[in-house]
Ligand binder design. Structure first.
Ligand code: AMP
Length: 331
């Protein structure tokens, strides 16, 4: 049995990128491994949420986790800020993280470009906080989407750097994990290659979306005027539609539209209608469970309390040992 850790930032409901990139693996892994799944509320502070929004978004992610099939009896579900040990480990890791390597991270460079007025130190040190989240439980595997590949590489660097510095093989080197052959990247409806709430809210389909919202968003998805030659390579927005169809529709449906495309007969309106209807069928059971769970505050709080209690056992043990290794010892 391996130790598995992963989390999602609370920015609202969970979209299909989060689901297929991460949660689908969480659900499968909880049966086979010791799993820690958290709600990354410290991380979300980089966007300066109001206290009410922060709390509401934590609640939404928890509800979505449970609706997607995470079982609080099987895996340890907790809120990151319920483990203040994470902040202490983050401090230690920051002492051995170099400004240059943090500045070179692709997601940091993106943020400089997209939000020049809020380039805070939390964004720069996102990889050390993520490393702390993972190695605090001495994780072996981290189910994440493809967008997190570079961050995980850095987690490995920070873990080995610590081990080398103190000449002890204390932290395992965690690997990114997906049940499929490759890490997943779910595209957006706006022609971008990644479904992302922070980039464009309308590019996302949420597990909690109702049928009318799904239809509206998919019918507005970016497409073009159609291929002009048989077997033409698909431009990114069109490839995105096919990728979305692949995750929610039947194989023969995908094949049908592929042939239509290759024979230059495709009607994107029909294809979008089909994706929308299949997407509605896919999301409906999640939405139903989300609506059921949403109002049960007592149960949700119980899940968080139970998770915090269990997660702190492992975190407290790690920090006790790490302090000792670093030299914070009795005189
Ligand atoms: P975040 O929303 O950045 O907190 O990401 C939470 C998890 O969802 C991480 O494992 C990401 O890799 C994954 N994720 C987010 N967006 C996508 C996407 N469009 N495709 C695949 N995985 C994603």
């Amino acid at each position: 049995m391996k130790t598995v850790v992963s989390g999602i930032r609370p920015t609202g409901n969970i979209h299909l990128g989060n689901y297929f990139g991460a949660i689908v693996n969480f659900v499968k892994m909880q049966h086979e491994h010791q799993c820690y799944f958290f709600i990354a509320d410290y991380h979300s502070l980089t966007t300066h949420p109001t206290p009410a929004d922060l709390n509401d978004n934590v609640r939404k992610v928890l509800v979505n986790y449970l609706a997607a099939g995470l079982d609080p009896e099987k895996s340890i579900l907790y809120r990151q800020s319920d483990l203040p040990e994470t902040a202490e480990l983050y401090l230690f890791l920051n002492m051995n993280a170099y400004i240059g390597e943090l500045q070179r991270v692709a997601s940091f460079k993106d943020k400089i470009r997209t939000q020049p007025n809020n380039v805070n130190a939390g964004l720069l040190t996102y990889p050390t906080l993520m490393a702390a989240d993972i190695i605090i439980h001495k994780a072996h595997m981290v189910p994440v989407g493809k967008d997190q590949e570079q961050h995980l590489e850095m987690t490995r660097n920070f873990a080995t750097r610590f081990n080398n510095m103190y000449q002890t093989p204390y932290f395992p080197e965690p690997i990114a994990f997906s049940f499929g052959e490759q890490l997943v990247k779910v595209p957006g409806l706006d022609g971008s290659t990644k479904m992302s709430k922070s980039e464009n809210e309308n590019s996302c389909i949420y597990l909690s979306d109702e049928a009318s919202a799904i239809r509206k968003k998919i019918m507005r998805a970016v497409s073009d005027s159609g291929p002009t030659e048989p077997n033409q390579e698909k431009p990114i927005p069109i490839q995105n539609l096919f990728s979305l169809m692949k995750i929610v529709s039947k194989e023969e449906t995908l094949q049908f539209f592929n042939e239509q495309y290759n024979e230059c007969k495709i009607r994107y309106g029909d294809m979008k209608k089909q994706i929308a209807e299949d997407m509605i069928v896919f999301c409906a059971p999640f939405r139903e469970r989300i609506l059921e769970l949403e109002s049960d505050t007592a149960y949700l709080q119980k899940v968080l309390d139970m998770g915090a209690e269990k997660a702190r056992i492992s975190a407290a043990q790690t920090l006790k040992e790490v302090r000792e290794i670093i030299g914070f010892r009795k005189l």
